[in-house]
Design a protein around this ligand. Sequence first.
Ligand code: GLV
Ligand code: MN
Length: 214
Amino acid sequence: MAAILFLVVLLLAPFLSHASDPDPLMDFCIAEPDSSPSFASFPCKPASNVTSEDFFFNGFMNEGDTSSSPYRSKVTPGNVLTFPGLNTLGISMNRVDLAINGMNPPHSHPRSSEVGVVISGKVLVGFVTTGNVYYSKVLIPGQMFVIPRGLVHFQKNVGETKALVFTAFNSQNPGVVILATTLFATKPPIPDDVLSQNFQVDSNVIHEIESKFG
Ligand code: GLV
Ligand code: MN
């Protein structure tokens, strides 16, 4: 009996240790446009229709428009939804533009760890563990950071110029949970009494916060 249990654990070990997207089964599988994902990846475009263009992405060439966000930041995703060539490969990147004093607000990625490198500017990067320990550092160009999978983190421009950061993920679609909108901008809204009880404040405080998110 013990031997069978040991064998089952041994067989399952590779699956249990997978902390990111599964390994690809083919060289590539360019996501078929307008298709729906099944088991989180998309059906492949027929290989005969694949061209060099499928392996390149121009979406990071231009500075993101930080002026239309109250946080004065813009995250441009290069994930499987914008760059179909990433389909099944388990990796993706973001371009993060931060205006002076701009911030990429506290958020987490349920399906991926994150690494990043500051290209320009001076950026405070922070994250919080499940034990509520806060780790942070101000980074300058060329310095890199890592955010363990699923932990809440942010980047804030603390320099005198705009800042640029590139981030990378061990998932083709890391997902993002932005704390503020997750609590205060859902459709339909989370009941007021849940939020006021949670934060131990009056419901007019909750209404005021909700009003900031339209
Ligand atoms: C930064 O935290 C990002 O998710 O790109
Ligand atoms: Mn992130």
